[in-house]
Design a protein around this ligand. Structure first.
Ligand code: DGL
Length: 276
């Protein structure tokens, strides 16, 4: 029988296909300030959405190995697409590693919807995954809601380019939201971790069109889930400690992640380019 050894606070590795996971990292930092955080942006390989499951699994396993080599003791897959495609393979490869994944917030959205019509904006790969289909079925049945799914083609690319407010972006958002609005959707799931950075633009598009939709993302819930998992493994911080370090790694250009940390989160952090 194994005994839980108190060792915390653990260093937590967090990764995404690019910058999207920063929307989750922001909540993790707020919830777990004493934990060292290692963030990997796979920007050279973004977006994951159009990639095959095999490719996403291969990238994910390579990144996890890299983060473990940098000292990560727990992992957050801060990408819906990678969670759907690769979390099983990650858990199989690292059975003792605490791993938290993300999934579109269908349950909180279904619970909050008055019209019982919920829109889900996510990548094509997330929407096509078996894991997602199962969740959709269960939640639709339990809450008696109808889901309207829309792949957010082009949105990840614009966020990666730092384009968070432009006519081109608003046009795309309008196109993806209009069919949902026509169906009476009152709650919108932001089912990709890049999308919380589009909240202001989404709000503008909705206001301009006269659509009323509340937006749901799961960043805060993931940070709380991570805290519970760390506690179960004896890897949490028992006492208040000074804020720990954050290190960024990217398969893309170092300056790109450094700038994103600054503009999206207001953080200055050490960033290294990782050729993996
Ligand atoms: N942030 C990723 C997600 O949550 C985006 C995936 C992609 O690169 O297409 O799904």
């Amino acid at each position: 029988m194994s005994e839980v050894m108190q060792q915390g606070p653990a260093a937590v590795g967090v990764f995404d296909s690019g910058l999207g996971g920063l929307s989750v990292l922001h909540h993790i930092r707020a919830e777990l300030p004493a934990h060292a955080l290692l963030y990997f942006a796979d920007s050279a390989y973004a977006p994951y959405g159009p990639k095959s499951e095999a490719e996403i699994i291969a990238r994910s396993l390579t990144i996890v190995d890299f983060l473990l080599a940098q000292g990560a003791q727990a992992l957050v897959v801060a990408c819906n697409t990678a969670t759907v495609a690769a979390i099983k393979a990650i858990r199989q490869a690292h059975p003792h590693l605490p791993v938290v994944g993300v999934e579109p917030g269908l349950k909180p959205a279904a619970a909050a919807s008055h019209s019982k019509k919920v829109g889900v904006l996510a990548t094509a790969a997330t929407l096509a995954g078996e894991k997602f289909k199962l969740l959709q079925q269960q939640v639709a049945q339990f809450y008696q809601v109808e889901f309207f799914l829309q792949a957010g083609h082009g949105l990840v690319e614009l966020v990666e380019q730092g384009e968070l407010d432009s006519p081109r972006l608003r046009q795309l958002l309008h196109a993806w939201l209009a069919p949902m609005a026509a169906q009476g959707v009152d709650t919108l799931v932001l089912g990709c971790t890049h999308y919380p950075f589009l909240r202001p633009a989404l709000g503008q598009v909705m206001d301009a069109a006269g659509w009323q939709m509340q937006m749901v993302d799961t960043g805060a819930a993931i940070a709380r889930q991570l805290q519970r998992v760390l506690q179960q493994h004896g890897l949490d911080a028992q006492t208040a400690l000074p804020a720990a370090t954050l290190r960024g790694y990217t398969s893309g250009a170092k300056g790109h992640l450094q700038e994103a940390l600054q503009t999206l989160l207001g953080w200055q952090a050490q960033v290294e380019a990782a050729r993996i």
